[in-house]
Design a protein around this ligand. Structure first.
Ligand SMILES: *Cc1c(COP(=O)(O)O)cnc(C)c1O
Length: 481
């Protein structure tokens, strides 16, 4: 076995990984990357079909981002944001505020303050603590409570875990957590209120229901109001829940659900750690012009949250950095004389890191260039066309595409929607078979995620989808070749 692989097996403990399985084989050791391609130490090439766990936007080794980091590195890598300002972080904060408040429509409230941190979990911790303290100081809630969606995942730090509702990840730690409420998420494919028989299409398109999921949101808020303690904040991923299983919301859900929350005086925390930075594609209807291409998912339904949490794609997938954007109202609640101790006592050593901020500035510039916008529109179409080929597979139950990402839910039989048990490792088996075909991604249970970097070519997208189709055939014994 290769020396590096050996060292890994001897010393490294991998995240979200059953290490006993890991230790039974030689790991893929990545040495290089370029565009949508990763190359291992043996020179074998793979397509990065989940954008390195949803972080990468424009491809690996991007000359513009590389150059921006090099330029910054020649000046300084890091100085503290505790007591000091710096050049790229100031520029980035201004750029984020501009991007988060697009001119095209009236956006209320205005998001004009940026709190930097290091990753998605910490971006959520910041929003959570600010919303909690704001609610207390405003005297609205003595015991501020939070509402999030069924199956929600908002990160792995303890506060973020408390907002999550994935039993498999979260149950063991329940003793460490504060209680939060959950509300039905609009999972059309497996919705008990959807009376439609399975069809060979995205379940959102042929669903038969009366928006019972919105009724459930209404019920949660009314019940909370009866207790005389309206929710401090409603936390959600806009348009699609990622780690919950790539669960997209039917058009209109987001606006309806958040209107209810606002009507109850509840703050909105949009977790755009996955959905942000163009991932959710363009508007679904009407004219698509280059400057109408939204950067954030919330804006696609005309929603402006009180907190916008950003991480994964912020630096284009280069460096760990996060930002929590919020409003002047929230900011003002923490202003006062020093000895009133209203300060937000929170922060991290690497907050507002210069290398991360310069990578983010370069990434945003690429993102807003006409070439990138055209490439994203092309990728969205290519992905849509290629995914159609998977409907012939009886083990494909639902194909859910939102913009430049898709979740393919595997089932035992599409006519009955019969699910695979977790123990059958259906998703893992398919992803292992895909890796043997040179395509890398990770499953969520029985859902296979495709989330290519924006630079992925038509041919590369075709190879990703073909590998997925062939691997489903291999894994479930219908290999006809
Ligand atoms: C990945 C993710 C997080 C956590 O981000 P980390 O950088 O892994 O801490 C939070 N929310 C969503 C929606 C995510 O996809």
């Amino acid at each position: 076995m290769n020396k590096l692989a050996q060292l890994d097996r001897q010393f490294v403990w991998h995240p979200f990984t059953q290490m006993r399985d890991w230790l039974q084989r030689e790991p893929i050791v990545i040495a290089e990357g370029r565009g949508a391609i990763l190359r291992d130490i043996h020179g074998r090439e793979y397509l990065d079909a989940n954008a390195s766990i949803w972080t990468n936007l424009h491809g690996h080794n991007h000359p513009q981002i590389n150059a921006a980091i090099r330029r910054q590195l020649a000046k300084i890598a890091h100085s503290s944001a505790l007591g000091l300002a710096n050049e790229p972080a100031s520029l980035l904060a201004a750029k984020l505020v501009k991007t988060a408040n697009p001119h095209s429509a009236l956006r209320v409230p205005r998001l004009n303050k940026v709190f930097f941190s290091d990753d998605g979990s910490t971006a959520l911790e910041v929003a959570l603590k600010l919303a909690y303290e704001f609610a207390r100081r405003a005297g609205r809630n003595k015991q501020p409570a939070f509402l999030s969606l069924e199956g929600a995942y908002h990160g792995d730090t303890v506060g973020a875990v408390a907002l999550g509702h994935i039993d498999l990840f979260h149950r063991s730690y329940s003793g460490l957590l504060f209680k939060t409420d959950k509300v039905m998420s609009p999972y059309c494919y497996r919705c008990p209120f959807n009376r439609a028989k399975p069809e060979r299409a995205d379940a959102r398109e042929y669903r038969k229901c009366h928006w019972e999921c919105i009724g459930k949101v209404e019920q949660n808020f009314s019940a909370q109001r009866k207790k005389g303690n309206s929710y401090a904040a409603f936390v959600f991923e806009p348009l699609i829940q990622g780690a919950a299983g790539m669960i997209p919301q039917p058009p209109g859900w987001l606006k309806r659900a958040t209107d209810i929350a606002r009507g109850h005086g509840t703050l909105l925390i949009a977790d755009e750690v996955m959905t942000g930075f163009g991932r959710t594609g363009g508007p679904n209807s009407g004219l698509r012009t280059p400057d109408s291409e939204p950067v954030f998912a919330s804006h696609q339904e005309g929603l402006q949250p009180d907190f916008l949490c950003l991480a994964k794609g912020l630096t284009g997938g280069y460096l760990p950095m996060a930002a929590t954007l919020t409003t002047q109202d929230i900011f003002n609640a923490f202003l006062g004389r020093y000895d009133e101790f209203k300060t937000f006592f929170h922060g991290h050593s690497y907050t507002a890191n210069q290398l991360g901020a310069s990578a983010a500035l370069a990434s945003l510039e690429i993102l807003q260039s006409p070439e990138s916008i055209r490439a994203r529109q092309g990728l969205e179409r290519n992905l849509q066309e290629e995914l159609q080929t998977l409907w012939t597979l009886p083990n494909v139950g639902d194909i859910r595409q939102v913009g430049l990402m898709a979740g393919i839910e595997l089932v035992k039989n599409w006519r009955t929607r019969e699910p695979f048990g977790l123990r059958e490792r259906a998703g893992i088996r398919v992803c292992e078979a895909m890796a043997r075909r040179g395509v890398l991604t990770r499953p969520i249970g029985s859902v296979i995620v495709l989330m290519p970097p924006y630079c992925a070519t038509r041919t590369q997208v075709r190879r990703m989808v073909a590998a997925l189709g062939d691997s489903v055939r291999t894994a479930f014994g219908q290999d006809t070749r």
